[in-house]
Structure formats: C-alpha cells, structure tokens
Design a protein around this ligand. Sequence first.
Ligand SMILES: CC(C)(COP(=O)(O)OP(=O)(O)OC[C@H]1O[C@@H](n2cnc3c(N)ncnc32)[C@H](O)[C@@H]1OP(=O)(O)O)[C@@H](O)C(=O)NCCC(=O)NCCS
Length: 200
Amino acid sequence: MVDRRDDTGASDEPRAVRPVAAEPPRFPPGIAGKRRKPWLAKRRILGRTLRGILAMSDGHLPEMVDLWVASWVKTLPSIDFEARRPWLVDHLGAARAKGAVVRVAIVETGDVVGFVLIDPASGYLDQIAVHPDQWGAGIAEALIGEARRLSPEKIVLDVNADNPRAVAFYVRQGFREIGRGVNARSGLATLKLEWRRTEG
Ligand SMILES: CC(C)(COP(=O)(O)OP(=O)(O)OC[C@H]1O[C@@H](n2cnc3c(N)ncnc32)[C@H](O)[C@@H]1OP(=O)(O)O)[C@@H](O)C(=O)NCCC(=O)NCCS
C-alpha cells in the first residue's frame, strides 16, 4: 500500500467533514423579547392609554406616592424625595381638609399614573405629577384640563426655574410668567406662572 503522507506526516486523503450544528437565529434583545412576550408590548401601550380622570380615594394613595417620588427623583435627582413620602401624605390630607381637590389619572391597565392637587377657590395648583414611564403620553394634559374645569377662570402655580420639562409643558398649555421667587424648602429659584381664561 502506498503511503500518501508527506514529510509532515499529513495525509492528502480527503477527510470526513464533521457536520457543524446550525447556529440558532439571533435577534437583538428587544425584538427577541417582543417575539417571545407580545403581551409586554400590549401592556406598555395600555399603560400609556388614559382610561379616565377620577376623584382621589384613599386606596389610590400608595400608587400616588410612588409615582410622585419616581417623577421627582427623575426631575431633581439631587434631592432625597424618598424621605418626603410622609410629607406628601400629610400635605395632601391637610390640603383636602381645607377644600383643595385631588384628581387621579387611571390608565387602561388600571394603574394610577398621575395626579393633580388644586384649590378651586384660589386657582392655586399645588401639585401635578405623572409617572416617568407615562411622560409624553398626554396624561399631564388631561390633568391640566381637569384643573381648568375645576378652576375655569385662572390657575396659578410655582415651578422650579430649573425644571425645563415642566416649564415647557406649562408654556405649551398657555401659562405665562408673572413673577419669580425661591422655594422655602429647597432654596431653589422658582417661577410663578399663571393661566387665565381668554374670551372666545
Ligand atoms: C411636569 C409633568 C407633569 C409634565 O408631564 P409630561 O408628560 O412630562 O409632559 P409633556 O411630555 O406633555 O410635555 C413636556 C414637554 O417638555 C419638553 N421637554 C422635555 N425635556 C425638556 C427639556 N430638557 N427642556 C425643554 N423642554 C423639554 C417635551 O418635549 C414636551 O414638549 P412637547 O410636547 O412640546 O414636545 C411631568 O414631567 C412630571 O411629573 N414631572 C415631575 C413633577 C413636576 O415637575 N411637576 C411640576 C411641578 S410645578
């Protein structure tokens, strides 16, 4: 038998090729997640779809406090809003006892995603907050619409000057600056804004 090996000892006989297992198809994580869990995408849409604006009940309070903290942590990360949870609960209770009104925004998942606190007697809007996951979804606009219904002649509020998202939102809603001040609690500069009903 002829030895077909060369000097290196390698043979030029064709070798059996071992079949390589086909790689499973790879998708970017987002696509893969949506293909495997389409209900997640649906839930996300429902979570940004307003079901209605309701009068606040005590059962709404835990979600309201959570969304308030989440929205403010994202807005002013340097301030410890977690520590202010008890303050918010007391503040809402005291304001309501004096005649102020709280309305909550509920989405199609049943979650509370925003709220507004306004005193219809003075038109002072004390709080408005929307969960950051729902920013840009029109929830804040619906809450301001409800505030206008409760106080149809005018709305006044104070906003941190260094809160560009809120300021842009209010300007788009027809508010204008009527003064400047300082937040007594944080020491931060504030703007006083006002919206007034216009004829026609
Ligand atoms: C203020 C708040 C209720 C507004 O709700 P929202 O859903 O974020 O409001 P919108 O997305 O409809 O409007 C925000 C606007 O700011 C714009 N914006 C976002 N970041 C911005 C920035 N850094 N500078 C300027 N404008 C900005 C957005 O583009 C949007 O304007 P557009 O709709 O014309 O594009 C919400 O952001 C929130 O809960 N913030 C934390 C709590 C707070 O600041 N409350 C108000 C205290 S007075």
